[in-house]
Ligand binder design. Structure first.
Ligand SMILES: [Zn+2]
Length: 470
């Protein structure tokens, strides 16, 4: 039996400032060590001041993951020495025995076939970054950049409910999507979502895999570790309780150090931050005003008759979701969903294409009207969409410009059909013996009518020729 638990570190990339000081949350745009101040450099005598927005975002995530929120949260110091941690301790949270003081606890997230329980969610600061640079064979440098020091992190700790790398992948993808839609984090930014994994096989010792940066690598690392542990058990070799690293290049896990226990960190309460009361009315206000989670949106789309797979595609990118949300009504939802997931996605599937696009929700609304009234053939939507994306012109202007407007004057279509029938009287005599005759006639009519829906022509022609329409 495989048991896998996750500890996911997620940066709050949508905040403006760090967790305890006013340095920028978007540290990525700065040259090394230029996004720092005495607080995030851990200078003696400085005092941390908590970022209220970070607490609010963490509560929103906790609520979405069905966590309980305590009345009071407490911060702790986790003591360890490492060059990326200038204070020699990290300000984080801890639940001691039955006293829950981290931002959320006892939550769950539903996968396709099971629930994954969430032990706790805590708020903490990110350390700085160490860069190992090789100048030459003899000259290797270790550089430290404190721009990241003090960035707000949420740590999500799950119970060991996972039994395969596939479930781990599904959970991570689902969570990434939630973080985007809740405006908490952009997981596509390098290093914004880092996962530690605990894996044990048949109740043998637990092994921790540290700091895996992508869902792709995570899936591979978990798979490698399951196979490695199985091999050891089959050969009666004891599995060491240890921390291992994922070597991205060689695609293997390698031993790093024996695993620390909680006592090693000598946790104690951070006296510089008083315990923070979380009033009930703050939680209910956040609950009411927080962005709709994708869990809720998916249920809403299902009620509109949109298939799950189509809903997943719309929700796979915030751009599509926002476009859909700003253009759908109960009546046109299916058409809009269809246009986005079958046509639009071909032209707008990279960030660059999306940023240049001039398409608006008005375009989609007008297109869906034309499609539902059978005024525009489905295969012409692509051309119209491409033009709207490039120029931003109105759909009606584009149609006249591309000369794609369909003749919807039934009298005129009827006259054209009559003319063809009259001029092809010999052919029409064979209509009941030769099935190709009807297609030949339709072809002739369509060259005269242009972009009229073939369905309309077939129905009219058959009724004029007294042929049943099935
Ligand atoms: Zn700072």
């Amino acid at each position: 039996m495989i048991k896998i638990g996750l500890e996911i570190h997620c940066q709050l990339t949508t905040l403006r400032s760090k967790l305890f000081c006013s340095c920028a949350a978007n540290y990525r745009k700065y040259k090394p060590n230029l996004n720092t101040c005495p607080i995030c450099l851990g200078m003696p005598g400085t005092l941390p001041l908590i970022n209220k927005k970070a607490i609010e975002k963490a509560i929103i995530l906790a609520l979405t993951l069905d966590c309980k929120i305590p009345n009071k949260i407490i911060f702790y110091r986790k003591n360890y020495f490492y060059p990326d941690l200038p204070k020699n301790f990290q300000i984080t949270q801890l639940n001691v025995d039955d006293c829950y003081t981290s931002i959320g606890y006892d939550g769950k997230l539903k996968l396709q076939n099971k629930f994954i329980e969430i032990n706790r969610i805590q708020l903490e600061e990110d350390p700085g970054r160490i860069n190992y640079v090789t100048i030459s064979e003899k000259s290797k440098l270790t550089l430290i950049d404190y721009n990241r020091s003090g960035i707000s992190l949420i740590e999500i700790v799950t119970k060991p409910n996972f039994t395969s790398n596939i479930e781990v992948k599904e959970f991570l993808e689902h969570l990434s999507n939630l973080l985007i839609h809740l405006d908490i984090s952009d997981p596509s930014l390098a290093g914004s979502l880092r996962t530690d994994v605990n894996i044990s096989t048949d109740n043998h010792n637990k092994v921790e895999l540290k700091n895996i940066n992508s869902v792709h690598d995570l899936e591979k690392a978990v798979n490698f570790e399951i196979v490695r542990q199985r091999n050891f058990i089959n050969r009666n070799i004891e599995i060491q309780q240890e921390t291992r690293h994922w070597d991205e290049r060689r695609k293997i896990t390698i031993s790093a150090r024996s695993k620390e226990t909680e006592q090693d960190y000598r946790y104690f309460i951070e006296q510089d931050i008083p315990s923070i009361l979380i009033p009930h009315n703050l939680v209910s206000r956040l609950h009411k005003t927080m962005p709709e989670s994708i869990i809720y949106k998916k249920a809403k789309y299902s009620k509109l008759g949109i298939p799950n797979q189509v809903a997943d595609t719309i929700l796979s990118d915030l751009y599509y979701t926002k476009l859909f949300e700003s253009s759908y009504t109960d009546k046109n939802a299916k058409h809009i969903a269809n246009i986005i997931t079958t046509d639009l996605i071909r032209y707008l599937n990279t960030k660059e294409q999306i940023s240049k696009s001039k398409l608006t929700s008005q375009h989609l609304v007008r297109l869906s009207e034309l499609v539902s009234e059978n005024k525009l053939k489905r295969d012409l939507i692509k051309n119209v969409l491409r033009e709207a994306i490039l120029t931003g012109a109105s759909i009606d202007n584009i149609l006249s410009k591309l000369n794609l407007e369909q003749i919807d004057d039934m009298t005129m279509i009827s006259q054209i059909i009559d003319t063809i029938i009259n001029s092809e009287s010999d052919l029409i005599k064979q209509i009941h013996n030769n099935p190709n005759v009807i297609n030949h006639l339709i072809g002739k009519i369509m060259t005269k009518t242009g972009n009229v829906q073939p369905k309309i022509i077939i129905t009219l022609l058959k009724s004029k020729l007294n042929i049943s329409n099935d």
